[in-house]
Ligand binder design. Sequence first.
Ligand code: FES
Ligand SMILES: [Fe+2]
Length: 436
Amino acid sequence: MIKQKPANLEQLVEPDRVHRLCYTDQEIFDLEMKNIFEKTWVYAGHESQVPKPGDYWTFDIGRQPMVLIRDKKNKVHVLYNRCPHRGIKLCANIHGNTGDAFHCSYHGWRFDLDGKLDSIPHLKGYDGTRLSLDNPEFSMLPAPRMESYRGFVFASLARTGQSLPDWLGPSKAGFDDMCDRAPDGEVEVVPNCYRVIQQSNWKFFMENQLDVSHPMVTHESTGRAALEVEDKIFKRTGERPMNYHMLSAFTWPTQRWNELLQTANYPNGHSVLGGYMALRPKDPDSLAYERALTAKVGEKRMNEILSVNIHHVIYYPCLSVQSPLQQLRCLRPVSPGRTLSEIWHFRLKGAPEAIYQRSLWYYNLVNSPSTMVNADDLENWNRIQRGLQAEEMEWLSFHRNYGQDTIDGDVIRTREGLSEAPLRNQFRAWKKYMTA
Ligand code: FES
Ligand SMILES: [Fe+2]
């Protein structure tokens, strides 16, 4: 039993159980920010979030204030959101347009949109000092690495390491799936997001996304209410509308979920969940969409694209992508018991409006803070955070199907949908990053 915090972090994570301190301890949280968030690739935003020169979005990588910005040559940059003079956060708002330059509101230093120092009021005062317009020390500092994958921009504060495509590995299929479904081959963000402060540790959100044994319990009441209405509509029209069906699926028996789902779990902590909803309905809107896609890519490719069987991809440590419904959620941890989540959705470029409406339904019915689905999850995580104050009970169980998954090289594949393999896999990555 560990009652004291051990010197060795490895003692906190065993293959089938995890110590409560991983979710509650400030020192461990600080190490997570330093060793995980500030070393790996973190999602900055989508290129379409900053369509015009001067457009910016601010965000944090771990504890570091950053800004995503488009310059006058249309190039996107990720810079530290910090004035090189005396340290003020240059962009104070979450997003906006900074005009043709960053202009510091304190002493008026001006920076080009790529961060280069452009002018200082009364520059003469710096004569004979080390400060000059050309000294990069006095320009805004760029993130050491920035890469975009199909419009999704990531930044890393580590100078070296795997390239973004290597780090994403086979899980990049989530981004491919979302973009390939667009007749024009790319997506654009719907330009605002829900921002929710969760009163819980960031890892609960990540674990919960592929915790398949919870929806039929946590979301049962939502599922039953939706099924009641769906059945009435079915009796009247013979149709089961998608927007109710998305929720009524929560009433399916556990065994059905167990048989339907599979996950592939990769060494960097990412997981791909296949199965669940067949999103190839045959209503007139969906058929019109199939025609629009066929017109661009041909029938064979259209069939390939729409047969991709991905429901949810988790990019450790902070991203959830539900590609067939064009949803993306990103976490920005604040403290051991506080996490900001950003909830986005996308349009498939070139697809009919009805396909966008389907994504909007899912966004509002499942992922938004105003739905019972999200609210019930948030309530669970808040209560775990409280429950883990029980110091005499030190461990969280990760035992479901432990030892029964298929090991395929460095990939862990589940045989049973309900396996907690994705959760165990996240801690495999946690341990790797934290003890590197
Ligand atoms: S802090 Fe920015 S110009 Fe002084
Ligand atoms: Fe849930």
